[in-house]
Write a protein that binds this ligand. Structure first.
Ligand code: G1P
Length: 273
């Protein structure tokens, strides 16, 4: 059973400076809701109620957001604005939020390893909040958990991206699992390859189901040439043992890590307002 979701949320968000100087990038709003709240709602939609958030310095707004705000609530009580807090109050009521602080920015793999005390010895989901996904039916995380329950191995979500952008992603090569159009058995994974060395155009997007085996692998993994511990390289060790699946998810992703994707997400959600 996947009962916990880890949210790496310690990055600086430099692409959104100066907005992210004092505000965590995960708290940037898409219309009126912070990016991280979309991620938490996705985890809840997949039946997960324990959120393990890996934060860092200057990220206290995240903890305050997912906590009661008695002063604000009493100010709004009985006014026509009271309902604005309904959704977030419900989330706070049904979820447990746990936190670990990443002391140094040493890559996504290191952020995930920092969350080990919050996860323990069980499978878990990972959501990178700046990949904002919308689906008609089941959320991406729910789609992946259903797959995990069947295959019981690590799974990464993938998407075909234009080849000139492939160097911004972890990339997989693999073969379709018999009888499936969306599930690949991963042969190899490479983090941000040069365009002419990319093994395919299938990019990893910010959704993973991992097993606790990954923590030992991460502890023993050498940093890459930028000094970072990459989750892609850790998973590649499991992939070489034939243990990793990649899943072409059903739905649409907005890359809110850059301005164009962020704007597109805002336009998409503004339509519902
Ligand atoms: C991270 C991962 C990368 C993945 C991407 C998805 O990169 O390292 O493998 O493709 O997330 O968004 P980042 O965007 O943090 O540089």
């Amino acid at each position: 059973m996947v009962n916990k979701c880890l949210f790496p949320a310690a990055g600086y968000g430099t692409r959104f400076l100066p907005a992210t100087k004092a505000v965590p990038k995960e708290m940037l709003p898409v219309v009126t809701k912070p990016l991280l709240q979309y991620g938490v709602e996705e985890a809840l939609s997949a039946g997960i109620t324990t959120m393990a958030i890996v934060t860092g310095r200057g990220k206290r707004a995240i903890e305050d957001h997912f906590d009661n705000s008695y002063e604000l609530e009493s100010q709004l009580k009985g006014t026509p604005k009271e309902h604005y807090l309904n959704d977030i109050k419900k989330i706070i009521e049904i979820s447990t939020f746990t936190y670990a602080r990443q002391k140094k920015m040493l890559g996504l793999g290191h952020a995930i390893l920092t969350g080990e005390p919050l996860i323990g010895d069980e499978p878990f989901a990972v959501i990178l909040a700046d990949d904002l996904c919308v689906c008609n039916n089941d959320s991406v995380t729910l789609q992946m958990i259903e797959l995990f329950n069947e295959y019981k191995c690590p799974i990464v979500a993938i998407e075909d991206v234009p080849i000139n952008k492939i160097n911004q992603y972890g990339v997989i090569s693999g073969t379709l699992v018999e009888g499936s159009k969306r599930i690949y058995k991963v042969k190899e994974m490479i983090e941000k390859p040069e365009i002419d060395k990319a093994p395919s155009s299938m990019a990893i997007i910010g959704r993973y189901i991992l097993t606790s085996e990954i923590f030992e692998i991460l502890k023993n993994l050498k940093p890459d040439r930028n000094g970072e511990i990459q989750i892609t390289n850790a998973l590649n060790i499991q992939a070489k043992q034939g243990k990793v699946l990649a899943y072409k998810f059903e739905g649409k992703r907005f890359d809110c890590g850059n301005f164009k994707g962020y704007l597109a997400a805002n336009n998409h959600f503004a339509k519902d307002k």
